[in-house]
Design a protein around this ligand. Sequence first.
Ligand code: HEM
Length: 349
Amino acid sequence: MISLQESPERRRLRRFALAAVLTNAGIVVTGGTVRITGSGLGCPTWPSCTDESFVPRADSEHAGWQMAIEYGNRLLTFVVLAAVVLLVWQLYRTRPHPKGLMRVAWMLPIGVIGQALVGGVVVLTGLSPYTVMTHFLLSMVLLFAAVAVHEIVRRAPRPDITSATVPSAVQHLTTAIVAVAFLVLIAGTITTGAGPHGGDASAPRLPLDIRMAALAHADMVWLLLGLTVALVVVTWRGPRHLAVAARALLVFELLQGAIGYTQYALGVPEALVVVHVLGAVLVWSAASAVWIRARPRLGLVSDGDEEHRSQGGQDPPDDASTSDPAAASPSRRTTHPPDDPTTEAAAPR
Ligand code: HEM
């Protein structure tokens, strides 16, 4: 439900936040395509494509299509950068926002530029699996930040969401889910590092048995599934937006698990590897959303509240200890500037 009174600027902010999520997720999947097509060294150097040329030029050593795939993925970085810069710019246009939200948003352009440099290290180390793992996992951190900004921006004018109560035990459960999901991602990248799809025939491989790595990875998935089932049960009658995200997470995990076992049984065929990367992005995005949604007031605390806290004031925990955020902290009612999201949340629709 989108508020009818939402301003065009706020609508644009939501769209830019969504674009930041989609572009950050998309480049992970296209990165997977670079890997399974063996195009990782299609441009064998960085930042130029070859020693002689900044852009791909057919030569005897590299196929033109592999050069195009690798170079195309490099160019996509600019699309991701444009999306996150637009998001930060739009956040400034719709100020004031809590400092925490601005800090997380700023992580995005800085992180994307950082990832462009890490991508260079990946190429210059000849696709060392350690650098490939780092590159993938950093993208997941950026995806978490993008999902967080999107969730917070989306719920700012939604009092039904921001006034929800979530017990601290449920919040801890979501923290465990995010932590285990990240371990699953790490184990997945280790499995890939030991597997046949290094991005180039010459790419070094981790000295591990891929079957052992895959089974350890799958064992962690079972733990993640157990925690998620518990979350689905305890949120069944809880706040709807959290229950929906928990159920979506469970569905993504089940589908992803089925894909994982299928690709394991079939000897990791290329097409399934890309689908598995897409599944990883969906599972991680849902886990990130679950964590944010279990904290309905996170990111809506105004800067005034931060000053209040630094002067020794008490701020209530973002859990079930109070059912009315405004009543819980008098400063929340009195220190909001007119365009503050919390103020919007209190406005009748
Ligand atoms: C929630 C469920 C799962 C998630 C989030 C997940 C995530 C991942 C990730 C992030 C990677 C690395 C992708 C890359 O480096 O590009 C990966 C690789 C892999 N996963 Fe999973 N996975 C899940 C379930 C499973 C299961 C149940 C299996 C069954 C054994 C499995 C088997 C594999 C295999 C064999 C690879 C290596 C593929 C390759 O060589 O590229 N996964 N997974």
